[in-house]
Write a protein that binds this ligand. Structure first.
Ligand code: DX5
Ligand code: ZN
Length: 219
């Protein structure tokens, strides 16, 4: 069974809590929180204060995707905000192993993110330390971009690497996933699917979620 992770980057920020409640009521399991600092990526979004204010009224798994240059500096604040999972970019962390341990020492699950051009081999030696790997299927920074097709091979490669070692690690895919390509993404081995424009970009969120789940099952 796949899990859907609506990305609030495509929500209406003036109606943020109401939009999150709609995604929760539609049965989405994760809330994908894209934290951007304008340095690691050319966009600025929100930080721990906004996450904390949503936490009071939302019961979904809070999945914080950090697109920032110094993730360790914000770990206390993210834990205090109520994040359940924190993912950091392999490309942004000089001491990735240390940062993963830092996330876990704050009582949160740890994940690592790979940009489209970064090979899965680069995380081979930290795979046993993470709960989730997030594969970017677009270059990070903006919602609504087109899915990069090579991601499918990358998901398969990562899935084999995880299975060969008998590990239990979630594979999340982020960027450009919609009803027309979700089945391919899931069949390749992903089990957590981020949807920004494919969920919050629709007026009827229930219908958007139903369409994605049906498409994932080939219906
Ligand atoms: C991009 C973000 C994504 C984005 C996905 O940097 O990490 O989570 O919101 O949006 P869609 O699904 O519209 O590509
Ligand atoms: Zn994201």
């Amino acid at each position: 069974m796949i899990k859907l992770a609506p990305s609030i980057l495509s929500a209406n920020f003036a109606e943020l809590l109401a939009d999150c409640k709609k995604a929760q009521d539609a049965g989405c399991e994760y809330l994908h929180l894209d934290v951007m600092d304008g340095h690691y990526v050319p966009n600025i979004t929100f930080g721990p204060a906004v996450i904390k204010s949503l936490r009071k009224d939302i019961d979904m798994v809070f999945d914080a995707h950090l697109m920032i240059t110094d993730p360790d500096a914000y770990m206390d604040a993210l834990a205090d905000a109520g994040c359940d999972i924190v993912t950091v970019h392999q490309e942004a962390c000089t001491h990735l192993h240390r940062t993963i341990q830092n996330i876990k020492s704050h009582g949160m699950k740890a994940g690592v993110v790979l940009n489209p051009a970064t090979p899965v081999e680069t995380i081979k030696h930290v795979l046993c330390d993470v709960d989730m790997v997030l594969l970017m299927s677009v270059n990070p920074g903006f919602g609504g971009q087109a899915f990069i097709p090579e991601t499918i091979n990358k998901i398969k490669e990562l899935k084999s690497m995880i299975d060969e070692r008998g590990l239990e690690i979630d594979i999340e895919v982020d960027g450009g996933v919609k009803a027309s390509n979700i089945k391919e993404v899931v069949d390749a081995g992903a089990n957590i699917i981020v949807g920004g424009s494919s969920i919050f970009g629709h007026d009827d969120i229930n219908k958007a979620v139903e369409d994605l789940r049906n498409a994932a099952q080939g219906k």
